[in-house]
Write a protein that binds this ligand. Sequence first.
Ligand code: IYR
Length: 233
Amino acid sequence: MAESSTHVPLKFEERPVEEMRDRAQSFYRLMNGRRSVREFSDRAVPRDLIATAIQTAGTAPSGANRQPWTFVAVDDQEIKREIRDAAEGEEKKNYEERMSEEWLEALDPIGTDWQKPFLETAPWIVVCFAESYGVEPDGSKQKNYYVQESVGIACGLFIATLHNMGLATLTHTPAPMSFLSDILGRPSNERPYILFPVGYPADDATVPDLSRKDLEAIVQWNDGHSRQVAGGR
Ligand code: IYR
């Protein structure tokens, strides 16, 4: 271990296995109830809830612990309108010119189009920026590691936290997203990663009738149990 590293004892709470099962099941049920929401109420959401969600996102593991993320939280109606105008400008070109027939067909069941009213309706827009490299006080660049993975995990925690506290969101990626750096005044070593409208769903919100893959479809077990059951090779 490197001489310079300081380590402290791990705080780890061991739980009885039955409690582990209960917690695992109830967290699965909670998360399985999450849906991406595209119709929001304009009902206000207290700022401290957004703060705690961002704080929780910031607990994600990251390459060399660089924590290469910044979350910009916007509730200003003017800025939200500016973001909506710019996003719809790009999305109109996407849907009408840039996306392939194959892509449009894939999106058909979701029912999206270039119009993004939720960017003004939702009380908050949170934009996560990924820091491609750090900038030292003397202006030199510091390499970051596994930026995409790290920021992706942070955003996953953000989504889970919002759902757990009873708020709805959407992973929205208007493309190209560089207008967000201009509107929100972020430096050139950061790239917009995902935009999240956050709020309560509209009373009459609907979601596409999607299903999730079964466990069997997303897992391959290579363990003792499956060898017995399947006969193995
Ligand atoms: N960014 C566009 C298009 C879009 C792309 C995928 I892949 C989706 O799963 C949903 C939408 C939009 O937000 O409409």
